[in-house]
Design a protein around this ligand. Structure first.
Ligand code: AMP
Ligand code: MG
Length: 351
């Protein structure tokens, strides 16, 4: 009697356990998206999203990506007197200084973006950004003598690189590097490369609006990124759809100094040391985040006409511009429409 009861219970339980076990296995291998949430790094907020069969694996990948980002932050932080970049700034006018492969690469890439933008993008802008930071703190504009002295210290052609020995030398004393316009994009690319190497099939890395993604995204296979309204950053002007691409926006609304009620953008024209003002927002779409970061700053300096001409001359590179004087309409490069999910009403395409 007892045996029969056990047999009956077992014949009910066994298939139920089998089905339950199978469902558990299916659930286990059903890939989901896991997100780090926003974490403060590189003077802004970053998040990493990975597609993974489980949280444990996802967390490991997210942790590794953040470790790489922190490494770049530590090297490139010009506000830390002990960082590699600060050390270079203090010594490179005396004799050629040997630097890490990452710092060498970011300087070499920066020189290339300086060359193609005819100096609109320039990481030797450090002496000028230092004056801008003082202006932000004091609410007082720097005097002409200080601006002239800072301008003397600027110029990408004053960096001498030795490719073989990986050394950097400055042609003038007092030159100060500021990689704030390219380091976040560079770190995004390194984090993405690391995730790919670890076998992750889909991921997105975002450092302060410098975004790159690969693989299937959570929105029907795509990754959706909002384009902020520069005069009302809580609102989106458009949504971008990306796959295996990077996007970055430089905007006058992000960081600015205020003097006598007037806003001065953190992006400077290296030739004049003045804040730029023509464009409220510049969005660049390209395969690499280092490119979108550098070019969004370069185009902010070049302005709409010259900036658009530069973007149209480059392969696989698109832009969406918003003028400060007319923030209700977008100006986009010829190939940009492919990346816009919802066409906003006022949109002008480069003729
Ligand atoms: P982003 O937000 O990428 O446009 O970078 C802006 C930051 O880069 C500023 O806060 C400065 O530290 C630095 N910067 C400002 N103007 C330039 C410029 N013309 N070229 C390179 N870096 C710049
Ligand atoms: Mg930039």
């Amino acid at each position: 009697m007892e045996n029969k009861a056990v047999r009956i219970i077992f014949s009910i339980l066994a298939p139920a356990m089998l089905i339950g076990g199978l469902l558990w296995q299916v659930e286990r291998y059903k890939v989901k998206f896991f997100n780090s949430g926003y974490q403060e790094v590189m003077g802004t907020f970053a998040q990493v999203t990975v597609k993974s069969p489980g949280k444990l694996v996802a967390d490991k990948h997210i942790e590794a990506a953040f470790a790489r980002i922190w490494q770049i932050h530590a090297m490139m932080n010009d506000r830390d007197p002990n960082s590699e970049i600060s050390h270079l700034t203090q010594t490179a006018h005396v004799s050629p200084a040997k630097v890490s492969p990452e710092l060498f690469e970011i300087i070499a890439l920066s020189r290339e973006y300086s060359r193609i933008s005819e100096g609109a993008f320039d990481i030797t802008v450090g002496a000028e950004t230092q004056l801008w930071r003082q202006m932000k703190q004091t609410g007082q504009k720097p005097d002409d003598a200080a601006l002239a002295a800072a301008r003397e210290k600027v110029g990408y052609e004053k960096i001498i690189l030795d490719e073989t020995n990986k050394t950097v030398k400055f042609a003038v004393e007092g030159m100060k590097l500021d990689v704030g316009a390219i380091a976040k994009g560079y770190a995004v690319d390194l984090a993405i490369e690391l995730l790919k190497k670890k076998g992750v099939k889909s991921a997105m890395v975002d450092i302060g609006g410098n975004v790159r993604c690969f693989g299937d995204g959570p929105a029907g296979g795509l990754w959706l990124i909002g384009l902020q309204d520069p005069r009302n950053p809580q609102e989106l002007l458009a949504k971008l759809k990306l796959n295996d691409m990077a996007v970055a926006t430089s905007g006058d609304y992000e960081r600015f100094a205020v003097v006598d009620g007037k806003q001065y953008s953190h992006i400077l024209n290296p030739k004049t040391a003045e804040s730029v003002s023509e464009l409220a927002s510049v969005t660049i779409i390209a395969p690499m985040a280092v490119r979108t970061d550098a070019l969004s700053t370069a185009v902010s300096v070049l302005g709409a006409a010259k900036g658009m001409a530069l973007i149209e001359s480059l392969e696989q590179t698109e832009c969406i511009l918003i003028l400060s004087g007319d923030t209700s309409s977008l100006i986009q490069s010829r190939g940009a429409a492919e990346f816009i999910l919802q066409e906003p009403k006022n949109i002008r395409t480069q003729e």
